[in-house]
Design a protein around this ligand. Structure first.
Ligand code: CA
Length: 228
C-alpha cells in the first residue's frame, strides 16, 4: 500500500513517513501542493494524506483540482482548523475524511485502514432505510432529502447503525467499531450515550417517524419498527 503524504512542515512529514513505514506502508512525501499534485497525477497511490495549510495553493485548492481531473484516490485531509464550515468545505471539495491536528497517531492509522478498506470493498456508496439516506462518497446524510448536519463521529455512528439496521447494536460494539477502543469504560459509555442522544435529536427530532430506538440495558437499534 502506497501512501502519498503532502505536508510542508518537515518535522511532521518525517514523523508521518517514519510512523507509516513502521506500519508497513510505502510512503512518498511532497512538500507543497504543486509537488503533491504532480505526484498524484503521475504515480499510483492507494491513499493521500493532504495538509490543508500549505504555502502557495492550499490543500483545499489542490483537492478540488485533483477531483476535477477525475482522480478518485481516497484523500484524508489534515487540518489545523475544526469548525463546521471548514469541515463541510473539505468534504464538499472531495475529501473522504479529515483529521484535526494535533491528532493521535493510532487514530490516523485507524482512519487510514478504514479508507483503504472502504476503497477496496465499497462499490455501493448509498445506504438507505425509509427516508434516511447516506451517501458515503459525498459524506452526506439526509432525511426526506433534508441535509443532516452531523459531526464526523455522528456520521460514522449513523453509518454503523444503518449497516446493522434492525439489529441491536451494543455499546461494546460501538466502542470497538466506531470509537476504535478495545476496552469498555464508564467514561466512554457516557460519551457514546451523549453522542447517541445528539444523533437522535438530529436524525429523529424533527421527524414524525422515529428510526433509532434505545433497547434498555442492551444498546440501540436503527430500523423502521422504532416507535418510542
Ligand atoms: Ca502545513
Amino acid at each position: 500500500m502506497h501512501i502519498l503524504v503532502v505536508e510542508d512542515e518537515h518535522k511532521i512529514a518525517v514523523a508521518l513517513k517514519n510512523g507509516l513505514e513502521a506500519e508497513g506502508y510505502q510512503v512518498t512525501t511532497a512538500q507543497n501542493g504543486e509537488e503533491g499534485y504532480f505526484c498524484i497525477t503521475t504515480g499510483e497511490y492507494d491513499l493521500m494524506l493532504l495538509d490543508v495549510m500549505l504555502p502557495g495553493r492550499d490543500g483545499i485548492e489542490i483537492l478540488k483540482t485533483i477531483r476535477s481531473k477525475g482522480i478518485t484516490t481516497p484523500i484524508l485531509l489534515l487540518t489545523g482548523r475544526d469548525t463546521v464550515g471548514d469541515r463541510v468545505l473539505g468534504l464538499d471539495s472531495g475529501a473522504d475524511d479529515y483529521l484535526v491536528k494535533p491528532f493521535a497517531f493510532p487514530e490516523l492509522l485507524a482512519r487510514i485502514r478504514l479508507l483503504l478498506r472502504r476503497g477496496k470493498q465499497e462499490t455501493e456508496h448509498l445506504l438507505k432505510i425509509a427516508d434516511l439516506e447516506i451517501n458515503l462518497l459525498a459524506h452526506r446524510a439526509t432525511r426526506s432529502q433534508e441535509n443532516l448536519d452531523l459531526t464526523a463521529k455522528e456520521f460514522e455512528l449513523l453509518v454503523y447503525l444503518l449497516r446493522n439496521h434492525d439489529h441491536i447494536v451494543s455499546r461494546e460494539m460501538l466502542a470497538k467499531e466506531v470509537w476504535l477502543v478495545r476496552e469498555r469504560s464508564t467514561p466512554l459509555d457516557n460519551v457514546i450515550d451523549v453522542s447517541m442522544a445528539r444523533l437522535r435529536r438530529k436524525v429523529d427530532g424533527p421527524f414524525e417517524k422515529k428510526l433509532i430506538r434505545t433497547i434498555r440495558g442492551v444498546g440501540f437499534c436503527l430500523g423502521t419498527s422504532a416507535h418510542d
